[in-house]
Design a protein around this ligand. Structure first.
Ligand code: COA
Length: 147
């Protein structure tokens, strides 16, 4: 049975990231990321985290969904869908009458179809250009690289 909670340890967070071949986050930064999340949901099976998704937000206008992960051996069981539905329900509750907010995310390669079923538009869409991002890494005190 899958249970949903709002807590995950830094180590488990990095394990989930590793399970889908994403880079591990420096523990200090990972703790900050988890502590400062606006809302998060973690799927547990037998007390082991098998999935997560979280929202980063200013609490006003912008809601950014990130770290949507389901461990490969648990994928295809609607855990990912359940977590996205829960995050969207949370945001809906947060939005009052006659208010409009922006909910966005950066889909991983070829994950667009998964998100479109919840109402997300693949950009470019209307007057919205494609999303943009970059990695920024400090290699030494005086060397920062972008990739
Ligand atoms: C993307 C991911 C979160 C989906 O989680 P999941 O629990 O396996 O997905 P679900 O079981 O809820 O899938 C729901 C539906 O979406 C479909 N779906 C799942 N992944 C899909 C994909 N990559 N592309 C298109 N459809 C997909 C499923 O077939 C299923 O369809 P159905 O309802 O007709 O059966 C998961 O595959 C994952 O963690 N992938 C690796 C990390 C990643 O890419 N995260 C997204 C970053 S933006």
């Amino acid at each position: 049975m899958v249970e949903y909670k709002d807590y995950i340890s830094v180590e488990d967070y990095n394990e989930l990231r590793s399970s889908v071949k994403w880079i591990r986050v420096n523990p200090k930064r990972a703790k900050k990321a988890l502590d400062n999340s606006y809302h998060k949901i973690i799927a547990y099976m037998d007390e082991n985290p098998v999935g997560m998704a979280r929202i980063v937000s200013d609490g006003g206008y912008t809601y950014f969904i990130t770290d949507v992960i389901v461990r490969p051996d648990c994928q295809g069981n609607h855990i990912g869908s359940h977590m996205i539905e829960e995050l969207l329900n949370f945001i809906k509750e947060d939005v009052g009458e006659n208010e409009t907010v922006m909910v966005s995310l950066m889909a991983a390669f070829e994950r667009e179809d998964f998100y479109e079923r919840f109402g997300f538009h693949t950009r470019p869409y209307g007057n919205h250009g494609p999303g943009m991002s970059m990695w920024l890494s400090r290699l030494s005190s005086n060397e920062v690289v972008k990739s």
